[in-house]
Structures are given as C-alpha cells and as structure tokens.
Design a protein around this ligand. Structure first.
Ligand code: ZN
Length: 140
C-alpha cells in the first residue's frame, strides 16, 4: 500500500511575509486561505490555495529559529514538501516500520490546527518531508 497519495503543500522559506505576498498573492493571484504566527516554531506562516493544494510561505520570527537558520545558510526558496494523510499515527508507524528516521515520533499541532510530523532529511535525500492530517472540518 502506498504511504502517500496527495501533496498537501509545498513550503517556501521567505525573508518577510508581506513582500513575499507581492509575488504569490498579487502576481500569481492566489487566494490567501490562512495566516498565523506559530510562536513555538518561530514562524509566521501563510497558506495560499492552489486548487486543493497549498503553497505555505514561512517567514522566521528571528535569526535563531529553524527557518531563520535555513535562510542564513541557503537563502530563500523551497523548504519542504508536505503530504496529506487521513491518519497520521498510522502513517508514522508505516514509515518507522519502513526504517525511515523521524524527527517527530508523535504528531504535533501545526498551522491551522492540523496534526503534523517531520521526517529526518538524511533519510529522504535531504528533501525535508512533512506529513499532515488536516484539522477536522477543514476537509480538502
Ligand atoms: Zn508545512
């Protein structure tokens, strides 16, 4: 059985949300679905709709945050791919059984109240990979 069958979003690291929106909202005419500051992840995040999928813009709240360090090292650009799953606990178990190293062995609450977990990039060809179980009622 395949582990993933849908991309939820592609995460993009940006220096600052409002100037990034000049491209993504004003240039590409994508609708902003959600905007939120997630203090414990040290980011301000925006989700834009692309059909059933999203682009997630991530701006750091400071230089010592994970996204702040990413920007210092690699500059702005693609940050991660997120796959949507109906049962994140079952997916984490499947991935662990397949021998993939997990950053989050149990899900945590992410943007918009979704449950999220990240895989270790060293196990995924350095493509930071997130899995997302959307919050109830967000059904997409
Ligand atoms: Zn994400």
């Amino acid at each position: 059985m395949r582990v993933f069958d849908r991309i939820d979003h592609v995460g993009v690291a940006v220096q600052e949300i409002d100037s990034a929106l000049e491209l993504w909202r004003d240039g590409f005419k994508l609708d902003v679905a959600h905007r939120e500051i997630v203090e414990d992840q040290g980011v301000e995040a925006v989700l834009l709709n692309v059909g059933e999928n999203h682009i997630e813009l991530l701006a750091p709240l400071g230089p010592d945050t994970p996204v702040g360090k990413f920007l210092a090292k690699r500059g702005p650009g693609m940050h991660h791919i997120a796959y949507q799953v109906p049962d994140i606990e079952a997916t984490l178990q499947q991935l662990a059984e397949a021998g993939l190293p997990l950053i989050d062995k149990t899900p945590r609450v992410g943007i918009g109240g979704a449950l999220v977990a990240f895989l270790e990039p060293k196990g995924t060809g350095r493509v930071l990979t997130e899995i997302v179980q959307p919050a109830d009622g967000e059904g997409h």
